[in-house]
Design a protein around this ligand. Structure first.
Ligand SMILES: CC(C)(COP(=O)(O)OP(=O)(O)OC[C@H]1O[C@@H](n2cnc3c(N)ncnc32)[C@H](O)[C@@H]1OP(=O)(O)O)[C@@H](O)C(=O)NCCC(=O)NCCS
Length: 172
């Protein structure tokens, strides 16, 4: 069963366990990637006490059409390699998507492996150009165009340019 907890409610041991799962699942998972998934809600699935699936949702700001959208941004979705295609990521995503009423929009940067999962759940690709509001001003992020997915935000034009707030490491 999935449980949802804020970063502040997780013990040091639980955080270490989550980091170990993410290090095992993602190639070159670094301290910036780790940081990106902290400071929000974590969805966790355990089987016989073992952490087998994780995802988190943190708040970011997206600038679209002159509006700063309060955005729930999904990070660090990972399922142990020996437990996949059993609906565990689906459980994690359902728990995170349930937080949508708190936001104008939900968004994420999809890995190639994640795309079928998100599309199956109704997430849609952002069609407009992406950029970041970097420390030296706006910067296009063309390598990310097409890999940003959103859910909700019915009044938001997915063909418009979208700019994310800045963070160290991968900005999307
Ligand atoms: C992507 C990932 C999280 C999916 O986890 P999972 O527990 O296997 O996913 P689920 O079993 O919940 O899949 C739910 C649905 O998503 C789709 N889906 C998930 N993985 C898929 C795949 N590899 N190929 C095709 N469809 C897939 C299917 O529709 C699936 O339903 P089905 O099994 O009934 O067909 C997992 O493969 C993973 O950890 N990959 C490495 C890390 C990663 O890329 N994370 C995403 C970061 S953006």
């Amino acid at each position: 069963m999935v449980s949802t907890r804020h970063t502040a409610e997780l013990s040091a041991d639980e955080l270490t366990e989550i980091r170990a799962l993410l290090d095992a699942v993602f190639v070159d998972f670094d301290d910036h990637d780790w940081d990106h998934g902290l400071g929000g809600q974590h969805a966790l699935v355990r089987e016989d006490g073992l952490l087998v699936a994780h995802g988190s949702l943190v708040q970011r700001r997206m600038l679209v059409g002159g509006r700063s959208l309060r955005t729930g941004y999904v990070e660090s979705v990972a399922v142990r390699s020996d437990r996949r295609r059993r609906g565990l990521a689906g459980q994690v995503m359902a728990a995170l998507e349930a937080l949508a009423p708190a936001y104008d929009l939900l968004a994420l940067g999809a890995s190639d492996e994640g795309v079928p999962l998100y599309e199956a759940r109704g997430w849609q690709p952002w069609r407009g150009p992406t950029s970041v509001l970097g420390p030296s001003g706006p910067e296009p992020t063309p390598d990310e165009d097409g890999s940003v997915y959103v859910l909700g935000g019915q009044d938001v034009d997915r063909d418009a340019p979208i700019a994310c707030d800045y963070r160290d490491g991968d900005v999307w």
